[in-house]
Structures are given as C-alpha cells and as structure tokens.
Design a protein. Structure first.
Length: 296
C-alpha cells in the first residue's frame, strides 16, 4: 500500500496529512498559513520543510496539493491569487519548486476542484456522467467533473461561477455565507466579522425573523445561481459544500422549492442536490485523487 502527503492551502490555514492510495487518512495536521506575513513563497517553503521532515518517518510516493486561486494544473503554477489573501503567489511555479526540493512528484489543483474530486471519490460516489460542486463560504467556488475527470477549460479557469452576474449583483457577493453575515452585521450595527453561520442558526432556532429573512434571501439567490449552472451544464448532481451547508435540513427543502420555480421539469427532475460529506478533509482527499488521476 503506497502512502502520499496531501496539502490543502488556504488564506488562513494549511491542512495536511498522510494518506494511503485508497484515500484513507493515516495522520493529519493543521497549521496557520501565515499567508499575509510570509506570502506565497513562504507557504511553499513550509510545504517543502514539512514534506522533507515527514519523509524521515514515512515512505512517500508523491505530493498532492489543493490550493486557493486560479491554478494551471498542467504546469503546476498559480495563474492568479488574490493579493490580499496570499501575497506574491500569482505566477509561482509550485510544482517545479516542490519537486526539485523534495525529490517527489507533485501535482497541484484548485481547492474547489480538489474538494469536488474528493467528494465524488469517497463522499458522494456516483456513476452520473456530469457532476458539479459548489463551495459556499467567503466566496462561491465551483467545479465541473465529467466521468471522474475535471473540466478545467481553455485557460484552466472553468467553474468560476462565483464571479458571474445575476440581477441583484455578482453571485458570490449576494449568495455566499460571508455576504449574508456581512449584510446582517450592517443592518444590525454589529462589528464587522462578528457573525458566523453557527450564531446565525442559533438565532434562527430562537425564531429571530431578521436572521430567518437573511438566510432565506441567501437561499433564493443561491437557487438562481445554481439554476443558471443547471441551464448551462445540466449536471446530474450538484454537491454543496462549505461550513454553512452542514445545515442540510434547513437548506435542502428551501433550495429545492426555489429551484423548482426557475427550472423546467426536464432539468429539475434530473438534478440531484447533495450535501458534502467529507467536510474539512475534502481538499486533502481530492488533492490525492488529482495526483492519482495524473500518475496512475
């Protein structure tokens, strides 16, 4: 049984672990990325250092990396990353640097793409030909998977649905969980970033109509964006991830009711909504699946 090291790089943290070839996590860790302090070069130096240290304990057959930003997965470089999230990351040749400094093969892919691959592999296995995954958090990311393989697009940027426009504005600016909590903070005069999904649903359980209205508005905007995705690609399954999507019992019936308004029966009845099962491990597991897809 071969073992691999898998990383999931975000703007605030790095999750990583030792996984076997079946995707089972043997050991996992989490550290601060210190992204704003050390930038992209510092993060990749951390990955090299961690890998070389763990090579002393494990026989590793490769490195999978799930990473925020627009990623050129063929060449293993960062096409674009928001400077305020990870400075000096755009243009970095991650694959080349990591391979030369660890002596191991490395594959890198966008974090949402990896989450989708992970969920389809171990969380939501299906023989449906076309699957999409959306992660709803600070923004909205999406990926498209056909027959188990990512659809990356002409310049490796397919699936950036969060940047698309719907009548009320840019999709992720009106339908993400961050957009919802930010709007509530403004309306209630609360400090910025004082609310999160947990607090919001605690208020909903108390019957707080202000919070109920805010989440229902988010759901309506989500339904419009997801319906547009369904019109464009007609996926058989749409997987929803992100911390707030743990509230499946609340979201599912409301989303399905709203989507039914926007989709004809031929599309609506052929689209399954699923909620992510792998939680915070999806990126790591998907990074390994991406590595195996390219090196099997």
């Amino acid at each position: 049984m071969k073992n691999y090291i898998s990383f999931d790089i975000g703007g605030t943290g790095i999750k990583y672990g030792i996984l076997d070839q079946d995707g089972s996590i043997l050991k996992k860790f989490s550290i601060s990325s210190e992204a704003r302090k050390i930038g992209g070069p510092g993060i990749i130096s951390k990955i090299v250092e961690i890998t070389n240290e763990l090579k002393k304990e494990y026989t590793l057959s490769g490195i999978g990396i799930s990473c925020a930003g627009m990623i050129d997965s063929k060449n293993g470089s960062v096409l674009f990353a928001d400077e305020h999230l990870i400075p000096n990351f755009t243009g970095m040749k991650i694959k080349e640097k990591v391979e030369s400094e660890t002596g191991l093969l490395c594959e890198i892919e966008n974090d949402v793409n990896c989450a989708g691959l992970g969920e389809l592999w171990l969380g939501s296995d299906s023989d449906v030909e076309l699957v999409s995954m959306l992660t709803i958090g600070t923004g909205i990311g999406a990926c498209l998977i056909k027959n188990g393989k990512l659809i990356t697009g002409n310049t490796m940027c397919a699936g950036e649905i969060g940047k698309t426009q719907i009548p009320a504005g840019r999709f992720e600016d009106i339908a993400s969980s961050y957009a919802m909590t930010s709007k509530l903070e403004r309306e209630l005069g609360l400090p910025k970033e004082s609310l999160n999904g947990k607090i919001v649903f605690e208020e909903i359980e108390k019957g707080n109509e202000i919070y109920i209205k805010a989440v229902d508005e988010m759901i309506e905007n989500l339904a419009i964006g997801i319906s547009n995705l369904c019109f464009t690609f007609n996926p058989g399954i749409v997987i929803l991830g992100g911390g707030i999507m743990a509230q499946e019992e609340y979201f599912r019936p409301r989303l399905e009711k709203s989507m039914k308004k926007y989709l004809p029966e031929a599309i609506y009845s052929g689209t399954q909504l699923r909620f992510a099962k792998l939680k915070n491990d999806a990126g790591m597991i998907g990074a390994l699946r991406n590595f195996l897809n390219k090196n099997e």
